[in-house]
Design a protein around this ligand. Structure first.
Ligand code: SF4
Ligand code: SF4
Length: 315
């Protein structure tokens, strides 16, 4: 009870009311595909955590956009909530340690929490030339991943680079970059949260699922949580309503005019892309690319950089 009181006081001091927090928990519960009866339990995971799993967050071939998307989220406190429920032992972007001290932190955390820590990987792994296309502290990304990932209780690949190779793996891919699962031969054992960058709500949902239900969420055949990637962008797109709804067709004057509101002819990859952007939205639920007039470029699909280009040409 004391823990919970302190938690709400901390949120209050950051300008977040209990009501805002409960609204967020309701939204998160719905995003995770759970019934509203789970809302108090989801709130409890944050407010009175009975476990804070240690986390090792590795950075490989990437732009740090996934960390930025989380830390600079327009929900000004999503990052605080994540840090509230996790014990981040190693994260190159936010930790104070550098050089030898940082390396020591990583090795100590893996040794101390063997089989218990959650590993989050951001970025893809160079596999050609002994991993020579990507190194940290003299070790290749591949060596580091081999030393850390197999000892984690669960591994989450955050972003399209870590999930499927992303832009570093785009043709001609001289370094032989691959997603974490493919580089380590662990496909199907790693949760992929693709997107360039992914919506932070999908990472939070995966972690809360793990803490609340004691297991990782159900995954599709590409290792993505079904709660977030179970439907295509096109399935939930509001622009679709304009040519499928009689009222809109009437408003636009003809079916053809209503169809013009859809971005398909501008190259929209919504019909081939699995993600929940239309429902989760970005920037505190303000908008999302298609709502803002930009066609979907398929950023959460494997090899989107090669298979979805040229982006603005019709499929
Ligand atoms: S804008 Fe894209 S996702 Fe939306 S209806 Fe058109 S093709 Fe489908
Ligand atoms: S709308 Fe498409 S390209 Fe844009 S973030 Fe969502 S999945 Fe990625």
């Amino acid at each position: 009870m004391e823990k919970e009181k302190e938690f709400y006081e901390r949120l209050e001091s950051k300008g977040v009311s209990r009501r805002d927090f409960m609204k967020f928990c309701t939204f998160l519960t719905a995003t995770m595909g759970l019934s509203t009866s789970f809302v108090p339990k989801v709130a409890e995971v944050f407010a009175a955590p009975n476990q804070r799993p240690p986390v090792v967050w590795l950075h490989f071939g990437e732009c740090t956009g996934c960390s930025e998307a989380l830390l600079r989220s327009m929900y000004p406190w999503i990052d605080e909530l994540v840090l509230e429920i996790l014990d981040v032992e190693y994260h190159e972007t936010i930790m104070a340690a550098a050089g030898y001290q940082a390396e020591e932190n990583l090795h100590n955390a893996v040794k101390k929490y063997k089989g218990q820590f959650v590993c989050v990987v951001e970025g893809s792994i160079a596999t050609k030339f002994d991993g020579g296309y990507g190194k940290v502290a003299g070790k290749s990304f591949l060596e580091i991943a081999q030393e850390v990932v197999p000892h984690a209780a669960a591994t989450i690949a955050i972003g399209s680079c870590a999930s499927f190779g992303g832009i570093p793996a785009a043709a001609p891919n001289p370094g032989g970059y691959k997603g974490v699962g493919a580089a380590l031969g662990m496909e199907g054992k790693i949760v992929n949260i693709p997107g360039c960058p992914p919506n932070p709500i999908n990472l939070v949902g995966t972690i809360v699922n793990y803490l609340l239900l004691g297991k990782l969420p159900a995954l599709d055949d590409k290792g993505r949580p079904v709660f977030a990637y179970g439907k295509t962008i096109h399935d939930s797109c509001p622009r679709r309503a304009h040519f499928e709804n009689d009222e809109f067709v009437e408003q636009f004057g003809s079916e053809e005019a209503a169809l013009g509101y859809c971005l398909y002819k501008m190259g929209c990859r919504g019909p081939e892309t699995y993600n929940n952007c239309a429902v989760a939205k970005f920037n505190d639920g303000t908008s999302w690319p298609i709502e803002a007039g930009a066609p979907c470029i398929g950023c959460s699909e494997p090899d989107f950089w090669d298979t979805m280009t040229p982006f603005y040409e019709e499929l």
